[in-house]
Ligand binder design. Structure first.
Ligand code: MLT
Length: 287
């Protein structure tokens, strides 16, 4: 078997059968953050989606660390990082990233890549820390804020996860994260996602869900982005659709739009080779 499917299967199998990359832990803004920090060169920061952890980027860590310094943290409340109860705003996640970079001694400008919730973090990082950015990669994410109904749903999700644990959320989210064709083709990706969601701390999930409910709409700001920007979307993404992401790309001056075949919302895991190739090509031309 060749092509994206073989690559995704091989990668997912590896993710299931080995420890992920070694991580550093740093005290940052009152919480211990764990991060992968591999390779050397221009720093590329990979920010995971909800309610996941850095392992969603395993394939890109492997591909990019040959030429760049790849930093892939677990956000506050996720993976191996410490948890803050209550509510964590997207701006707080962005502040954590800035402080994490300080803690790692990164004083040069970084490439910041965020998938979905990680993209929400990227918008806020750009808003507050634009001089620290060399380039942006927005992957399967949205610029709009939540509707009042969606925000209410987030708060209900937070309460439910705290009452019942992450299992119902895992079952509700998996069909949205991965299209049926992808779940059939990439059962290891579905297993890996389920495992990560089930292992997530309910307090971390709830805090991020509450933070996402009040995130600002950044649509009107997109025209002010001045750094090289890559917009990636799985052609089958139902959460941040290709049409919506193309509109984001159209609004960002000079950005590049790359649809990813055979992938939904989790394109970096579903078609890792295509995502890594798009990122490497963009970085080679833009830096
Ligand atoms: C994600 O993948 O991070 C979530 O789908 C984001 C969201 O729920 O808005």
């Amino acid at each position: 078997m060749n092509g994206p499917r073989a690559a995704a299967d091989a990668y997912a199998h590896a993710a299931l059968t080995r420890e992920s990359y070694p991580m550093k832990t740093l005290d940052v803004n009152g919480v211990e953050l764990a991060t992968v920090d591999r390779g050397a060169g221009v720093p590329v920061v990979l920010v995971h989606g909800f309610p996941l952890d850095h392992t969603m980027w395993d394939a890109q860590v492997e591909a990019l660390a040959r030429a760049y310094r790849v930093i892939a943290p677990d956000l506050r409340g996720f993976g191996r990082s410490g948890v803050t109860e209550g509510r964590v705003t997207i701006e707080q996640f962005a502040d954590d990233l800035a402080a994490l970079l300080d803690g790692l001694g990164v004083d040069e400008r970084v490439v910041l890549c965020g998938q979905s919730m990680g993209g929400y973090v990227a918008w806020q990082f750009w808003r507050k820390y634009a001089p620290r950015l060399r380039a942006l990669v927005l992957c399967d994410t949205r610029a709009v804020g939540d509707t009042p109904e969606a925000a209410r749903g987030r708060l209900e999700t937070a309460d439910r996860v705290l009452r019942e644990g992450p299992a119902p959320l895992a079952e509700a989210m998996l069909p949205k994260l991965l299209p049926e064709s992808s779940r059939k083709k990439n059962p290891h990706v579905a297993d890996s996602l389920r495992r990560v969601i089930l292992a997530a701390d309910p307090r971390g999930i709830a805090a991020a869900a509450r933070g996402m409910a009040e995130r600002p709409d950044v649509t009107a700001l997109l025209g002010q982005i001045r750094c090289p920007t890559l917009v990636l979307v799985g052609r089958l993404d139902r959460i941040s659709t290709p049409d919506e992401m193309r509109a984001i790309a159209d609004a960002i001056p000079g950005s590049r739009f790359v649809p990813i075949a055979e992938a939904g919302h989790m394109s970096p895991m579903e078609n890792p080779d295509a995502v890594s190739a798009a990122m490497l090509g963009f970085l080679a031309e833009s830096l």
